[in-house]
Design a protein around this ligand. Sequence first.
Ligand code: ATP
Length: 544
Amino acid sequence: KIEDMAKFAKFCKDMGFIFQSSEIYGGINGFWDYGPLGVELKRNIKEAWWQDMVRCPPPGPDGQEIRMVGLDCAIIMNPQVWVASGHVGGFSDPMVDCLKCKRRFRADKVQFACAVVDGAPHAVSVEADNATDAEPLLKEKIAKLDKKKSPIGKALKAAPQLEHHAAASIPASWPRPCPTDDCDGTLTEPRAFNLMFESHAGPIASDENKVYLRPETAQGIFANYKNVLDSSRLKLPFGIAQVGKAFRNEINPRNFTFRSREFEQMEIEFFCHPDESMKWYQYWRDLRKKWYSTLGIQSDNLVPREQGKEELAHYSIGTTDIEYLFPFSDEPQELEGVAHRGNFDLSAHAHRSGKDLKYFDEEGWNALLQTRLEPFKDDKAKREEEKKKLEKEEKARFQFVPHVIEPSAGADRFTLAVLCEAYSEDSVPDAKGGTETRIVMRFHPRLAPIKAAIFPLVNKDGMDEAAKELYRSLKPYFNVVYDQSGAIGRRYRRQDEAGTPFCITVDGDTMKDGTVTIRDRDTLKQERIPKERVREVIAQALAP
Ligand code: ATP
């Protein structure tokens, strides 16, 4: 549906969904702002997630109720958190620099075509996510160089066999040309580049005051695990959820908001007994995929992909990426990762902080005591003796570090997926008896920025006043708009482009019998209903 992402970004800007950050100063790479429609859309996404995952998650694998609580942590934390989590040491991407134009690239996103011609290696490179996306770009570049009579272009065009490599894996003996079109510089060897943004807390910019903007919200949950447990008296299994900003100094922000330097995450850490962890891993994997479909993402575009052993982080027992087929790539891209993290994080924080982060299954322990001490209930001395024995031999197995399942989603990535998925063009009857093309954003009503638009057919005979009154009566419950300007067909079109599911028109009949027409965005059907029923019809469409 969307062939040109630049055109789509322009549409998003014109409609007030997404603006480039600080555009009046030429913008800043990797940062985006949400306009009046975009902010409503993204809020609705975060609220739907909170409602469906935190307030009202579906029953667990054995039909049990799921216990979930929320958290809102500071963005800047004690840097020890990031040492313990491994981010200070290892949160990096391989990077290459051009020695001439000084541009910097992610090594795994620079793809090379190489060939040996007359005994000497030749290469060109382009920026692309993977070999499939790179292939046509490389061909185009070689053809262009050949046309410009560049010896490398000529040699490569004539090469019997081209090999493709990512910069990270290109053999050391090959030349490494810069992928920028108008630069003939060469690239450095790949080296690790830490993605965390640094700052200083306090007036002195010294190493002791160095802090990081969090690159994920998850670690705030682990650091507070004990506080939550102690204050809420939760029992395993339970989950802690957080929605908030994360920052990564991505080497190459790209594909509109898909890879940004500031973004929002919606993360859950679900703590459970190690023996039950696989069951919960499956629960969250299935639930998270289903959630996207219930909000209108077609299943054809949604691909769960179990990571191969070689891709897994060293601590992860299993990870499933839920991927979406964005229009900018032939291959599906990650919307969310659902990871079985074992006890890696809690153990790491326990080790670094020196705090005991084990869970004590008090209920299980008490139940064991009760059954085992029952035979000695009339002999106090024997009972004490047996209790001591149990404490020595059995209590330890009721104290363990929980395992964690982590569904980690990106609010901005899902917003982009929703925008891409909703965009469509169709043809509708126009005012002159012909047809016209309309752009319509087919948002799920729960996510639609505006739920209903209220129009007077004409601004006279009391219709405008009656429409305003209806608008005011709906405003406390839904995000609704009132529009009285222009032909009615134009007003419908504007709402179709904003993705408003309902348009309600007050006309001459309203003034006689109190009914209004309610038009459905997708079917274009208009129904007459008493104006008192409008609120109920909208509420029904918004039910989870
Ligand atoms: P990628 O491989 O795309 O860089 P990741 O595997 O590093 O992503 P995670 O660390 O698992 O991502 O983060 C969880 C989620 O946060 C991702 O699934 C994505 O939705 C979101 N996310 C991560 N990085 C970015 C980014 N730079 N811009 C927007 N969203 C992001």
